[in-house]
Design a binder for this molecule. Structure first.
Ligand SMILES: [Fe+2]
Length: 495
């Protein structure tokens, strides 16, 4: 389901509409679940009898969304994009992006990079795993929807390509591969007997390292020649969502640049965490998610993380105009426990300003400097590494924010000047709110809170579009007071 908030003339409009995927339509007609998904145990309707080798899952088109070249795309990483009408949220159908996509999948996460000439690129990827091994394919789309580049890269020593997000820098596509393996034993002993889902057959192997893979981008304006794909070993971790990447050229070298990768690294990952197993113990140590920086100098075979914050974080992103460029401001969701061991769900929104030289300058790049910074992160009052400043908004003990979205102030070219929009679940009122914060002063609290008369289901990822895509002003409400207008397109209570 797509949720849309549109702003015009001081008014906010809310709409929601289901993506009418093929599977959704068939299940609505049947009046019952027909399709299993990657988290299903047994059959679609809960009975233990099913064909375990039927791995055709419904394209749920539920993870990412982007308005591009006149279309709205609803994205799910194991299927093709669903094209929708950005103005009405009506579903058009599965899209191959004008024939550009030859496979059956397309990532839900992407990067929008601004070129030197001011034009924007949609940089994305798809993965494929077969008997010949795994491959990842990177794409770049122009603002008019044309595919400009397609780059295929074979993944060595990777039986299972489980990649949720990517980064881009001036000369590279960047992915992080965690030590995830497919357990044939679990498949045979548990999955076929409806005791676990196919996702739960993925296991994390902490005895193996992670890898950052850098793949050269074709056709860059620098004309730099001779860059090759390279793999940099990192300590084991798992990454769902990245933050940003950028390059620093070596003085007078002209060869490989140093690459900075900022991401959210989980200590490990388990797909066995679900509504039946999730409880307070989950937040006592275990797998925590940290904002980290990897600095990859030319020729480096391995890198260690610079931990930047004590708090656990997720859903972190830069000012979109700084994608693939040196930058300082990161916005995201964070816990409010802020403790080296104990943590919690996302209850705050943070801004971290990171010195762009952190990990690059001689004073911060050595192993000793990294260890001292790690000590400071664990023990300091504000829980930040040297060179990191934070600003945090606490939503309140019974309010739970989703993914924060930074929106630049029109006409400003100051990085991090604008607003942070975030959908919040208020557990006291059991309703949803859209909170608007001043991106340069989060701790001051909301500039505005749009209170909805109903719940907002917990969402995944959103995006902002500068053009107004909301409904025309409803007749009779031209002079209504500033209040949210609920446009009932689909019944939210159906959830
Ligand atoms: Fe995601």
């Amino acid at each position: 389901m797509i949720l849309s908030f549109a702003f015009k003339d001081g008014k906010a409009f809310f709409r929601n509409r289901f993506v009418r995927t093929e599977g959704f339509v068939k299940e609505q007609e049947a009046g019952r679940p027909l399709f299993r998904n990657s988290f299903s145990r047994g059959s679609a309707d809960g009975s233990p009898f099913f064909n375990p080798f039927d791995l055709r899952f419904k394209n749920v088109a539920n993870t990412g969304v982007l308005a591009w070249a006149g279309q709205l795309y609803a994205l799910w990483e194991a299927g093709l994009p669903y094209a929708m009408d950005p103005a009405t949220l009506a579903t058009s159908g599965e899209s191959t992006m004008g024939g550009a996509l030859k496979g059956t999948t397309f990532a839900a996460h992407y990067r929008i990079a601004t070129e030197a000439d001011g034009s924007r690129r949609w940089v994305s990827f798809s993965t494929a795993t077969g008997f010949g091994g795994s491959t990842v394919t990177f794409y770049e789309f122009a603002e008019d929807g044309r595919m400009l580049h397609e780059t295929q890269q074979k993944l060595e020593n990777t039986s299972m390509a489980f990649i949720h997000d990517m980064l881009v820098s001036e000369h590279y596509y960047i992915i992080v591969l965690g030590p995830i393996e497919f357990s044939g034993k679990k498949f045979v002993t548990e999955y076929v007997f409806s005791k676990c889902s196919i996702a739960e057959c993925l296991t994390y192997n902490p005895d193996k390292p992670g890898r950052v893979l850098l793949v050269p981008r074709p056709g860059r304006p620098s004309g730099k020649q001779g860059l090759v794909a390279r793999s940099v070993e990192i300590p084991p971790c798992f990454v769902f969502h990245h933050v940003n990447a950028y390059e620093q050229e070596q003085a007078g070298a002209g060869g490989e640049p140093t690459v900075v990768v900022d991401t959210v690294a989980w200590d490990s990952v388990s797909f066995e965490v679900n509504q039946y197993t999730y409880g307070p113990n989950y937040y006592t140590g275990g797998s925590r998610s940290h904002l980290v920086r990897y600095v990859l100098p030319p020729g480096a075979a391995a890198a260690s993380p610079h931990r930047l914050l004590r708090r656990t974080v997720e859903f972190a992103s830069p000012d979109p105009r700084a994608t693939a460029r040196p930058y300082t401001a990161v916005f995201g969701g964070c816990d409010m426990v802020d403790h080296p061991l104990n943590w919690g769900p996302i209850q705050g929104v943070f801004r971290a300003d990171i010195d762009a030289q952190l990990g690059l300058s001689p004073a911060t790049s050595s192993a000793e400097a990294r260890a001292a910074a790690e000590q400071q992160v664990a023990a300091s009052v504000d829980g930040t590494a040297p060179g990191v400043k934070t600003d945090v908004w606490f939503a309140g003990p019974r309010r739970f924010p989703g993914e924060p979205l930074f929106v630049p102030r029109p006409g400003s070219d100051v990085e991090g000047e604008g607003w942070v929009l975030v959908a919040v679940h208020n557990a006291d009122t059991q309703t949803g709110e859209m909170v608007i914060l001043d991106a340069q002063n989060l701790a001051n609290g909301p500039l505005a809170t749009i209170r909805l008369p109903h719940r907002l289901p917990a969402g995944l990822h959103g995006s902002w579009h500068d053009a107004y895509l909301g409904p025309a002003r409803p007749r009779g409400l031209e002079n209504a007071a500033a209040e949210p207008r609920f446009e009932e397109l689909a019944s939210i209570r159906a959830l």
